[in-house]
Design a protein around this ligand. Structure first.
Ligand code: SAM
Length: 214
């Protein structure tokens, strides 16, 4: 190309180029999933046999933002039985966190290596490469409101976390949660796409943003 041709070619600013690349990446994501974003909450339908109740958009976003803030730049986030938070994290652009989804429902294996099969009944049966205390924050929403389920899930949480824990479970689990994980009730109240019979709450063991209204 001659100098004159080069001068005549419109150039994009780095900012415009980055926006264009982001647009193409989003387009590709939609195309790869047959037109819909494969990380949309609800794209994998609730299966009530597996105690699946998805958060609404606002809650998933608030929890995803909290996880990123708590993990810090380049941090590692584990979503344990909380696929909507994983999906919301993956829909966000510009985060530099790495995220893993520990989940029993193998439909979520569509997310490739970030999906790790997990059964709370076997709390420490995890792939060898999942090192102890290798996640900056663990966010967990166990499938059942029972002491046994929370106790076993707590084993996994304590194995995975470097310290921070964000637990979502029933209001009736407050005492067990405090005993097993040292977490305290937050002001923020999580909401689901459906009205549930049990009141759900969030619990943390660090100074989180979930005690402030936005
Ligand atoms: C109450 S839902 C929490 C989902 C969360 N509200 C969300 O929107 O991401 C319980 C989760 O536990 C998962 N689950 C069901 N059986 C499980 C098992 N045996 N071990 C681990 N997780 C299980 C379900 O697939 C579901 O994702």
């Amino acid at each position: 190309m001659s100098d004159s041709e080069d001068e005549g070619t419109p150039r994009l600013s780095p900012h415009a180029l980055a926006a264009l690349q982001e647009f193409y990446a989003e387009q590709k994501q939609r195309t790869d999933s047959g037109g819909e974003d494969k990380y949309s909450i609800g794209i994998i339908e609730e299966n009530w046999q597996l105690s699946q109740f998805w958060y609404n958009q606002e809650t998933a976003l608030r929890l995803a933002e909290e996880a990123v803030a708590a993990a810090g730049e380049g941090g590692r986030i584990a979503c344990v039985s909380a696929p909507s938070v994983y999906q919301r994290l993956r829909q966000r652009r510009g985060d530099h966190c790495s995220v893993c989804l520990f989940e029993y429902d193998r439909r979520f294996a569509v997310y490739g290596e970030e999906f790790i099969f997990y059964d709370y009944n076997l709390p420490l049966e995890l792939p060898e490469w999942v090192a102890a205390h290798s996640f900056d924050i663990v966010i967990a929403d166990p499938p059942y409101l029972s002491e046994e389920c929370l106790r076993k899930t707590a084993e996994t949480i304590k194995y995975l976390t470097r310290g921070k824990i964000l637990l979502c479970t029933g209001a009736i689990m407050e005492e067990e949660a405090a005993r097993l994980l040292g977490v305290k009730l937050c002001e923020f109240v999580p909401k689901h796409t459906r009205t549930l019979g049990n009141e759900f709450r969030c619990y943390v063991n660090y100074a989180s943003g979930l005690d402030r209204e936005l």
